[in-house]
Design a protein around this ligand. Structure first.
Ligand SMILES: Cc1ncc(COP(=O)(O)O)c(C=O)c1O
Length: 425
């Protein structure tokens, strides 16, 4: 009798844990909505596995990923080299903090500085911390090198920028959803229209206390806004002329996404501070960081900055491998080649459906006419047809697949998208 009740209890536990293991998609979504914050609205699909350009949901349905975690998984999901390096490093040492030295820190710094051409690399974790770090360095430089009067250092941002959700980032934002009711805001953050050199020069002329201009070489979250040719060169010239640091936020555009190693390479120019994130770790672990030359980076001295996790052996090791993959698999070249096909094909979508296609490399957006359909509803139909992405600002269908995508897979995705649009009504 006692034995039987032990058996019964055993099977009851198995049944209960099975029930927990096999929740339906809807149950998983409901649980999220009940216990999580509601600050983001995920598309209703529950993903459980990824490989290359594909994702699978809990019911085993396969999807082509046209978002790549907002341009993070440039190397494709679960790239075998990244999985291996993670496993190897986890078995050695993951975290020491910067209280001590560990080999991967200098190894990543040496690789990135030699590859990209700045003197130093300072690793952080998320993209927004990269931005915060860049601005701290720029303010320090403003006081110590440019000799801006104490507490007067001003930072100028491009309108419609997006660089994250901290209080400093939202203070720079032009999007009311991002900043409303989070004030008071960071002082001496100003904005100029993007892609407008005359407005930038006017700003620089009016205020000698400007220490930095921060912008994205292609604005990602604004809806893939590609500046006119010559804008980046013009920014470089104005920043040099007015002794202002140019901070290029390449958290989204960097590392192959726009068809060159960095988006600034389209005009062959070099900012004073470069911010990287997202694809820097291929989605394995949050790694971001900034690159700058000695006279700028060394404005931060011991004790002035830091992060418990930033620069960890695990993060550094995975980032090194992630960047090597982008280089060795020629992913920027692939983005350039396939970006042309994407543009060619999606520019053919009739204007009563999509008013515009915007893009550079494999960072693209198709702007759906509001009278035709809501971007969200199109994304739901795309999901049903086996393709995952999300709209930006309601109507802009983002197209940013992993850069490992083949021409065949890209055409498969384009075909799903155009068929869904054709049959929508
Ligand atoms: C250009 C840019 N900078 C910074 C960030 C912020 O990165 P994170 O969300 O990792 O903080 C983003 C995020 O989308 C971004 O697109």
């Amino acid at each position: 009798m006692a034995m039987q009740s032990v058996r019964q209890r055993f099977f009851q536990i198995i049944r209960e844990s099975d029930k927990k293991r096999f929740l339906s998609s809807q149950q998983i979504i409901d649980r999220d909505n009940k216990y999580g914050g509601i600050h983001f609205k995920p598309l209703p699909v529950v993903l459980t596995r990824g490989e290359g350009v594909y994702l699978w949901d809990v019911d085993g349905k396969r999807y082509l990923d046209f978002l790549a975690g907002f341009s993070t998984v440039n190397q494709g999901h679960s790239h075998p080299r990244l999985v291996k390096i993670m496993r190897d490093q986890v078995g050695k040492v993951t975290h020491t903090s910067r209280a001590f030295y560990s080999e991967p820190h200098g190894e990543l710094g040496e690789y990135l500085t030699k590859l990209l051409g700045w003197d130093r690399f300072l690793p952080m974790n998320t993209g927004v911390e990269g931005g915060e770090t860049a601005i701290k360095i720029a303010r320090r430089w403003g006081y110590r090198v440019k000799k801006v009067q104490s507490n007067k250092a001003t930072v100028v941002f491009a309108e419609n920028n997006f660089w994250g959700r901290t209080l400093a980032a939202l203070s720079a934002s032009s999007d009311p959803n991002c900043y409303t009711d989070f004030g008071p805001y960071m002082p001496l953050f100003e904005k100029v229209p993007y892609n407008d050199l005359a407005a930038l020069e006017k700003k620089f002329q009016e205020n000698p206390n400007i220490c930095a201009f921060m912008m994205e070489p292609v604005q990602g979250e604004a809806g893939v806004v590609v500046p006119s040719d010559g804008y980046l060169k013009g920014v470089r010239e104005l920043c040099t002329k007015y002794n202002v640091l140019w901070i290029a936020d390449e958290v989204q555009t960097g590392l192959g996404r726009t068809g060159t190693r960095l988006a600034i390479d389209h005009e062959g120019c070099r900012p004073d501070i470069l911010i990287l994130g997202k694809a820097l770790s291929g989605g394995m672990y949050p790694v971001s960081g900034v690159l700058a030359d000695d006279q700028i980076m060394l404005c931060l001295e011991t004790g002035s900055h830091g992060s418990t996790f930033g620069g960890s052996p695990l993060g550094n090791r995975v980032a090194l491998e992630a960047v090597k993959i982008i280089e060795e698999e020629n992913l920027a070249e692939n983005a350039k080649k396939l970006g042309k096909i994407l543009k060619e094909e999606l520019s053919k979508v009739p204007k009563d459906i999509a008013t515009e296609f915007r893009g550079r490399g494999l960072l693209a957006g198709l702007i759906i006419k509001k009278e035709f359909a809501e971007g969200w509803d199109i994304c739901l139909k795309l999901r049903d047809a086996g393709l995952l992405t999300r709209p930006a600002h309601g109507q802009i269908i983002r197209i940013s697949p992993p850069l490992t995508i083949t021409e065949g897979q890209l055409r498969e995705g384009i075909n799903i998208l155009t068929t869904v649009l054709k049959n929508y009504k």
